[in-house]
Design a protein around this ligand. Structure first.
Ligand code: ATP
Ligand code: MG
Length: 560
């Protein structure tokens, strides 16, 4: 594939420009990228940006993208996360083929290279505590102080490092540090820690190791081992690049990757920090990693968000070099666009109010035709049952309506979609004064929803037959946080107490549960809904993916 065709196909950004130039000018023959998650939590929509970028570039430039687990911290990592990450990357539509790797596969080689650094006088064992190391690191304006152990002999360093590996010392007793420059303007170059002692069982290497490499040490060398050409990461690693390059320079690595940084995704009303997401789960603030309110890929999936909507969102926001916050309305816009195109239309009554059509014969039922998708005739028609007893939406009736209320009220005529015009004559109340039933009449001449005498009605309402509809539980979701930029340090105060509303006596069309593939559907006038895995045959449960109202587009229209 030439880079010209690529330009035409793909959205361009500064990283794709670099990749294209490296190929054109012969600096690289093949492009190799990687997505390197730490398996210490589930993936979220921010990770989707990195996944789409790394896998997307590999696809567009006929290269390959590795999935590499950055599993260097056994205290926080679990197999459950490894499994979920693989499932989520696949669900998003990307594939690493046979290129599945683990940083832990390289522990032996990383260890040998650490000995190379020691032998060349580029690393030393420091006996200072973590606290002492922190205190002597200096500040942005002040140089750090050399460790009293910095000038140890190579032989002593080798001996101590081997004994660290052998498990002779307790956690925290010693570290291996690169010997660079305690006065460097870049704090990352002030003798960064390469290895720490940690007596912990690793999900893959078990108890083999009692020392573990730091992110900075493991990451670049793993890239070099795998022949990564473009190591793409988020902006906070920009200041680490000199260390990334220093290590590649000092070590006998088989290839020279280059690190590039881009802006991470931030979203309004959303926290994208694995630490906070973990606390939300552990603290029981949500039902789990795949709670539909979570910004995790698993949560979005359970909520009914199609992967194509996520890919489109990532494409629209682009890739930039400076951080910004994206309006969550943009994501919602992409979800609506995709679902409007793909979701079949159905009727459901979320908060039912019973209607009796007094002039409709008892025991009679008739079938009416309804379209499955207004823009896609190929989606065909379905039949819906009409009878004497119906349900309408409670909100669609008002006993004493204000002026502009055109839906059902005593004496006012409305259209029931695909069915008839009806009029309300009587309101039945319970002893508490609540409306429990409406007594109505229908006009048999208006079958299909039009009056032969040309008279008009101002409202068309959805409805269901009492006898033919099925009960269902419906879960409505709102933003998990009340503030556009929730306080990640103290998130509990910004949690939305109304983020979940359960409607337990909703009614749905039988066609929703009878239809084969269980993708999202549009409940007419309400929004998009998807069956939840909590469903049972007797009691289907639906999640509202998103409502129909497009507030984001309105805002843009007003501002634009
Ligand atoms: P932490 O390092 O705090 O555990 P992390 O979100 O960086 O969290 P990683 O597993 O290291 O977790 O992330 C894997 C990749 O995803 C990294 O390359 C990281 O830069 C990228 N990434 C993480 N969060 C975002 C985000 N919000 N937007 C874009 N890319 C992200
Ligand atoms: Mg990270």
């Amino acid at each position: 594939m030439t880079t010209e065709t690529v330009t035409a196909e793909a959205g361009r950004d500064f990283i794709r420009d670099i990749v294209a130039a490296d190929l054109d000018q012969g600096r690289r023959k093949q492009i190799v990228t990687r997505f390197p998650p730490e398996p210490n939590g589930y993936l979220h929509i921010g990770h989707a940006k990195s996944i789409a970028l790394n896998f997307g570039i590999a696809q567009e430039f006929a290269g390959r993208c590795h999935l590499r687990f950055d599993d260097t911290n056994p205290t926080k990592e679990e197999q459950e996360y490894i499994d979920s990450i693989q499932a989520d990357v696949h669900w998003l539509g990307y594939d690493w083929g046979s290129n599945l790797f683990y940083a832990s596969d390289y522990f032996e080689r990383l260890y040998e290279w650490a000995e190379v650094l020691i032998r060349n006088g580029d690393a030393y064992v420091d006996d200072q505590s973590q606290e002492q190391i922190r205190l002597t690191r200096g500040t942005l304006t002040e140089a750090g102080k050399n460790s009293p152990f910095r000038e140890r002999s190579i032989a002593e360093n080798l001996d101590l490092f081997r004994r660290m590996r052998a498990g002779e010392f307790p956690n925290g007793a010693r570290v291996l540090r690169a010997k660079i420059d305690m006065a460097s303007g870049n704090i990352n170059l002030r003798d960064p820690v390469l290895y720490r002692i940690l007596h912990a069982t690793h999900p893959r290497t078990g108890d083999k190791w009692s020392i573990y490499p730091s992110y900075d040490y493991a990451h670049g060398q793993s890239d070099a081992i795998e022949g990564i050409t473009h190591s793409i990461c988020t902006l906070e690693f920009e200041d680490h690049r000199p260390l990334y390059d220093w290590l590649l320079d000092k070590l006998p690595v088989p290839s020279k990757p280059h690190q590039y940084e881009f802006a991470r995704l931030n979203l309004t009303y959303t926290v994208l920090s694995k630490r906070v997401l973990t606390e939300l789960v552990r603290g029981g603030h949500v039902a789990g990693w795949d709670d539909p309110r979570m910004p995790t890929i698993a949560g979005l999936k359970r909520r009914g968000v199609p992967p194509a909507a996520i890919r489109e969102f990532i494409k629209r926001i682009g890739v930039a070099k400076s951080n910004s916050v994206v309006d969550v309305g943009m994501l919602e816009f992409c979800i609506r666009e995709e679902l409007n195109r793909t979701a079949l239309r159905r009727m459901a009554v979320l908060r039912p109010l019973k209607v009796v059509i007094e002039n409709y014969p008892e025991g009679q039922l008739e079938e009416l035709e309804a379209v499955n998708h207004p823009d896609n005739p190929a989606a065909g028609m379905r039949r819906i049952a009409f009878g004497r007893e119906l349900f309408i939406e409670r909100d669609d009736f008002m006993e004493n309506p204000p002026k502009k209320f055109f839906r059902l009220s005593p004496g006012n005529e409305v259209r029931l979609r695909y069915a008839y015009f009806i009029k309300c004559h009587n309101v039945v109340k319970n002893p508490a004064g609540e409306v429990v039933e409406l007594r109505c009449t229908y006009d048999p001449a208006t079958k299909g929803g039009n009056a032969p005498d040309g008279r008009k009605v101002k409202a068309t309402m959805h409805w269901l037959s009492a006898a033919q509809s099925r009960p269902a539980e419906i879960r409505l979701y709102n933003q998990l946080f009340t503030k556009p930029s929730p306080d990640a340090a103290n998130f509990a105060g910004d949690l939305n107490p109304q983020s979940l509303e359960i409607l337990s006596d909703a009614r749905i069309e039988p066609a929703i549960v009878e239809a084969g593939p269980r993708g999202p559907v549009q409940f007419e006038r309400q929004g998009y809904f998807v069956p939840d895995p909590d469903s049972t045959p007797e009691r289907p449960v639906f999640n509202r993916t998103i409502g129909l109202r497009d507030t984001f587009a309105k805002e843009v229209a007003v501002k634009g």
